[in-house]
Design a protein around this ligand. Structure first.
Ligand SMILES: [Zn+2]
Length: 355
């Protein structure tokens, strides 16, 4: 049964259904700045400077999201620090334009697909699912960019991912793949029960949490923004610093001195194989990000354009003896941002070194 309703619920939906695709600007800047710091003085840093000029990894990290503005209004994307790179990024967008047809076989692919994958939370690994993954998802696109830098993918490829564009995309995608809802997705029935879409083909996807109302936002946006801001606020409070005294950049410099546990790749793997391992690693976190919640039945209404909108509402389960969802998410994000920064530096170094 579906419930059609209007009014305040519709207003919440109108806000929360804006498609989101990335860690917040703060989250991406932390990852980029961390990698900038870790690569200082290394040969790969010189190679990247030749490709990006005055654009740092910290600056590059948000460009793929800024490029999405071009999908709504042409002429909005500007990069005055490097006009040649601006032209390359616009050519990349032009070669991978947005599309309403989301089938994997649709060509050309949309650059908007490159930011995520939708592995069902029941799957034990990326490779274990047939549903939700594609040749154009974040796992494949990180590998593609790594190959462009390694020279095993030609620089004038059909996707128009030049070496400079590859660095910019990696500075962003490596952040995204460390956001659990960019990898794991729930597939639900109308009652709000989780289903494995490999078995239950009628299960509806939650679009990486974008279709799940959670508090005043949606679950995807909660992990993109709220959890990152909460992690930053915790740092400021525990260090007795204001937001001016501990910016995302400042925190990144601190994280560069804190090597995370278990971040290094298996030395037997090529850099282009790392992204699948990262996806496998974050799946349990994506699972917990859902299992700590209970879901109300599907709701449906028509928006002002007459389009049917569906969503579920998630509520935090009681958690006796456990930290709250907010603390759980904030701590998880700190670990993931730290790993993402260290891994971005390592991936760039390793990919460029194999050339
Ligand atoms: Zn993104």
């Amino acid at each position: 049964m579906t419930l059609k309703c209007v009014g305040i619920f519709a207003m919440i939906q109108a806000v929360s259904l804006v498609p989101l695709s990335a860690y917040s600007e703060s989250g991406h800047r932390i990852v980029g700045a961390l990698a900038d710091k870790l690569m200082e003085g290394k040969p790969a840093a010189d190679a990247i400077k030749k490709l990006l000029g005055a654009v740092t990894l910290e600056r590059a990290s948000t460009l793929p999201d800024e490029l999405r503005g071009e999908d709504k209004s042409r002429g909005t994307f500007k990069l005055p620090e490097n006009p040649d790179l601006e032209a390359q990024l616009l050519a990349f967008r032009e070669a991978n334009p947005p599309s309403d047809d989301e089938s994997e076989t649709h060509m050309p692919p949309s650059h908007q697909w490159f930011h995520y994958t939708d592995v069902p939370i029941q799957a034990n690994s990326y490779a274990a699912t047939k549903t939700g993954t594609s040749q154009w998802d974040i796992v494949h696109m990180i590998a593609y960019c790594s190959r462009v830098l390694a020279g095993t993918e030609k620089p004038d490829n059909d996707r128009r991912i030049t070496p400079a564009v590859a660095v910019v995309l990696l500075a962003h995608y490596v952040g995204d793949i460390h956001q659990p809802l960019h990898v794991g997705a729930a597939f639900l029935d109308a009652k709000g029960n989780f289903l494995d879409p490999n078995i239950h083909h009628e299960a509806k996807p939650d679009r990486g949490g974008n279709d799940i109302n959670f508090g005043a936002t949606n679950l995807h946006a909660y992990w993109d923004f709220d959890a990152v801001e909460s992690a930053l606020t915790y740092q400021r409070r525990s260090q007795g610093k204001t937001s001016d005294a501990l910016t995302p950049h400042d925190w990144a410099l601190q994280l560069a001195a804190k090597e995370p546990a278990d971040w290094k790749a298996d030395p037997s793997l090529k850099p282009e194989q790392w992204s699948e391992k990262w996806a496998d690693e974050i799946l349990p976190l994506a699972r917990e990000a859902h299992s700590r919640l209970r879901f109300l039945p599907l709701e449906e209404f028509d928006n002002k354009n007459g389009k049917s909108i569906v969503s579920w509402t998630a509520i935090e389960k009681p958690h006796p003896g456990q930290s709250s969802y907010a603390v759980f998410a904030s701590k998880a994000v700190e670990v993931e941002l730290n790993k993402a920064g260290w891994r971005l530096a390592a991936l760039l170094e390793a990919s460029l070194a194999t050339k």
